[in-house]
Design a protein around this ligand. Structure first.
Ligand SMILES: NC(=O)c1ccc[n+]([C@@H]2O[C@H](COP(=O)([O-])OP(=O)(O)OC[C@H]3O[C@@H](n4cnc5c(N)ncnc54)[C@H](OP(=O)(O)O)[C@@H]3O)[C@@H](O)[C@H]2O)c1
Length: 256
């Protein structure tokens, strides 16, 4: 049963990877879209594909979620031109670097905290009140297995994803008495631009992350997102951990 047809979903970080896959999968279910990321050319190509293939309406905006004023403007434009989304997918995020905490790079730390935690908060704060008022609604945060178990040199990325886990639980608690629910979908290895971004464009090092195993695809994660979004209003997934079968946990990875 399709319970999301005709709804509006705002997807942040929709220009690649998991966010783009969510946009494609939601459009196939007949969900209208608002797509945010910094690379507007990519959003424009995706929007024209999706409206042509699925007949959904797509509103797009170049937004850096770290820029609170830009997020406020984008949210105001969305709410006045299209209306409040019923589904908010807080996906924009990244890992930057992989170093011992005593050798960490301040710029990498700022990028991760400002995007994964403060960016998610910026978007949520400017969009959630209208979602509550319009209700029912659903906030789906893309967390990570990195938010459940730390691994060596993961330190600040781990901390940001532990924060996403805490914020998902906090949203659920604070949204009691409203018709809005909150979930996190927490993947392990997903083959996207994530590792290339983490290693500052070092493609060889990025490819090595997935050596000898079949990682998840963005589509695998999008399936889980749509499953959570499509649950009936009385049911909610709080956290859904989705790993490649080969990734038994952060430490036991079956590479062949
Ligand atoms: N891949 C994995 O193994 C994995 C595992 C667990 C969790 N995750 C999480 O999944 C989410 C998506 O990552 P991905 O794997 O799909 O990586 P990706 O392919 O690099 O996509 C990241 C997306 O986030 C957007 N983004 C980054 N910084 C942004 C900013 N300041 N403002 C607006 N948008 C921004 C990027 O768009 P622009 O560059 O165009 O702005 C891009 O669309 C992240 O939160 C990540 O932590 C990934």
């Amino acid at each position: 049963m399709n319970r999301i047809h005709g709804k509006l979903a705002l997807v942040t970080g929709a220009s690649s990877g998991i966010g783009e896959a969510c946009a494609r999968r939601l459009a196939a279910e007949g969900v209208d879209l608002a797509l945010w990321a910094r690379r507007e050319d990519r959003l424009a190509r995706l929007a024209s594909d999706l409206s042509r293939e699925h007949g959904v309406s797509v509103h797009l905006r170049a937004v850096d979620v770290r820029d609170r004023e830009a997020v406020a403007d984008a949210a105001a434009a969305l709410l006045s031109q299209v209306g409040p989304p019923q589904i908010l997918i807080n996906n924009a995020g990244l890992a930057a670097g992989l170093s011992l905490i005593q050798e960490g790079d301040f710029q990498d730390w700022d990028r991760m905290v400002d995007t994964n935690v403060k960016g998610l908060l910026n978007v949520t704060r400017f969009v959630l009140p209208a979602m509550i008022e319009a209700g029912p609604g659903h906030v789906i945060n893309i967390g990570s297995t990195a938010g459940h178990l730390v691994y060596p040199k993961g330190n600040v990325y781990n901390a940001t994803k532990f924060a996403v886990k805490a914020l998902t639980e906090a949203m659920n608690v604070d949204l009691a008495g409203t018709d809005v629910r909150a979930s996190s979908i927490d993947p392990g290895f997903v083959e996207t631009e994530f590792s290339a971004v983490r290693f500052h464009g070092d493609a060889e090092r990025a490819a090595d992350v997935y050596r000898g195993l079949q990682p998840l695809s963005g589509d695998d994660v999008a399936d889980a997102v749509v499953y959570a979004a499509n649950l009936p209003p009385h049911a909610n997934i709080l956290h859904l951990i989705l790993q490649p079968t080969a990734q038994r946990n952060a430490y036991v990875v079956d590479r062949r």
